[in-house]
Design a protein around this ligand. Structure first.
Ligand SMILES: [Zn+2]
Length: 252
C-alpha cells in the first residue's frame, strides 16, 4: 500500500478487526457483481469505496427512467446506457484506482463459469430465479462464497452461502428450482427505494467480511427484513441432503 492508499483507507486500517492486513486482502480481492440494479448499485459503490481492488460488473440491461427511484449508481445522463457500463463510469469518478471490468451482457452458463472462477466472492444482485440458480451452480462448482440478496415491495432477504465449507447449504437447498422462471420482479410488484439500499449495502458488508477475514459472516443463515415494521428475522439454513446441486457431491 502506498501513502495515498494508507490515507484513503485509514478509517478502515484503524479498526483492529481490519488493520493493514485486512485492507490489503480487500485490495487484492476480486468480486463479481451480477446485476447493477437496486442491489448492485449500493453494493458496487461500497465495495469500490471500501477498497476492493477489482470488480467484475455484469448486466445486460440498459438504464431506464423507472430505475432511478432506487438504482443510485445511475443518473439521468445514463438513461439508455448499459447498466454495467454506467456503473463503471460512476465508480471511475469516485475511485479511479479500482479496476472495473464490464460484462455488458446477460450471462450464459459458459460466461458465468469463467467469471465465477476468477472471483473471490460473488454477489447475486439479480431479480430472477433462473439466473440465481445458474449463479449458484457455478459458485458450488468453483467453491466460491455467494452473497445473495433480494428485495421486493417492502420485503428484503439476505443469505451467505460459503461454498468453501464442506457442509454449507447452497441457494438450491433454500429455494429448490420450480421452473416458473421467476416473474416476481419490481416492474410487477413495485419496491420501496431504501429497501434495496439496505439489502445491497449488507451484501457489500458480508462480502468484505469474507474477503477481509473479519467478523462473523452470516454463513448458513437466512435473514428476512420487513421494512414496514423494521423487523429482522433469522433462520438457520439446513443443507438439503438430496440437493441435486450440492447434496450429492462430496466436498472434501
Ligand atoms: Zn444445495
Amino acid at each position: 500500500m502506498d501513502d495515498p492508499q494508507l490515507l484513503r483507507y485509514s478509517r478502515h486500517i484503524m479498526l483492529d478487526e481490519i488493520g493493514i492486513e485486512g485492507q490489503q486482502r480487500l485490495l487484492d480481492a476480486t468480486v463479481l457483481i451480477v446485476g447493477l440494479g437496486g442491489l448492485g448499485s449500493p453494493a458496487a459503490l461500497y465495495l469500490a469505496a471500501g477498497g476492493v481492488g477489482r470488480l467484475l460488473l455484469a448486466d445486460g440491461d440498459t438504464v431506464d427512467l423507472t430505475n432511478l427511484q432506487r438504482q443510485v449508481i445511475h443518473t439521468e445522463d445514463s438513461v439508455g446506457v448499459n447498466k454495467a457500463e454506467s456503473a463503471r463510469q460512476q465508480l471511475a469518478r469516485m475511485s479511479p484506482a479500482t479496476q472495473v471490468e464490464v460484462i455488458p451482457a446477460r450471462l450464459d452458463e459458459a460466461s458465468l463459469d469463467s467469471l465465477v472462477a476468477r472471483a473471490d466472492v460473488v454477489l447475486d444482485c439479480t431479480d430472477n430465479y433462473k439466473t440465481r440458480h445458474a449463479i449458484n451452480r457455478a459458485c458450488v462448482q468453483h467453491r466460491k462464497p455467494l452473497v445473495s440478496g433480494a428485495a421486493l415491495s417492502f420485503a428484503g432477504q439476505l443469505a451467505v452461502f460459503d461454498n468453501r465449507q464442506a457442509e454449507a447449504p447452497c441457494y438450491h437447498c433454500l429455494f429448490p428450482e420450480q421452473g416458473d422462471g421467476g416473474a416476481q420482479n419490481c416492474a410487477t410488484f413495485g419496491v420501496f427505494s431504501p429497501l434495496v439500499g439496505i439489502i445491497g449495502t449488507m451484501q457489500a458488508a458480508e462480502a468484505m467480511k469474507l474477503l477481509g477475514e473479519f467478523g462473523s459472516p452470516e454463513t448458513g443463515r437466512f435473514l428476512m427484513f420487513d421494512a414496514l415494521k423494521n423487523d429482522w428475522q433469522t433462520l438457520r439454513l439446513p443443507r438439503d441432503p438430496m440437493c441435486p446441486v450440492c447434496g450429492g457431491k462430496p466436498r472434501p
